[in-house]
Design a protein. Structure first.
Length: 74
């Protein structure tokens, strides 16, 4: 039996530890980024944001934008 090949495929305990740390870190990062996208989506869907987007796209004119914006401010 070769002394450089242990039970962990030749990497020994440290190889297994680094692989485990990498996998756990990858899972945490994926969860973090997915959670942030949900928060960003929720923050950008206020009534004023939707109104701003409609005005920017040209779906409503300035007069209608100002009227609706003042109604939202009440």
């Amino acid at each position: 039996m070769n002394m450089f090949h242990g039970e962990c495929g030749g990497y020994g305990f440290m190889g297994f530890s680094w692989l485990s740390i990498f996998i756990i870190l990858a899972i945490v990062l994926v969860f973090f980024f997915l959670n942030n996208k949900k928060d960003d989506f929720k923050k950008k869907n206020t009534a004023q944001d939707i109104l701003d987007q409609k005005y920017a796209k040209g779906e409503i004119d300035l007069e209608e934008y100002q009227e609706r914006s003042s109604n939202l401010a009440r």
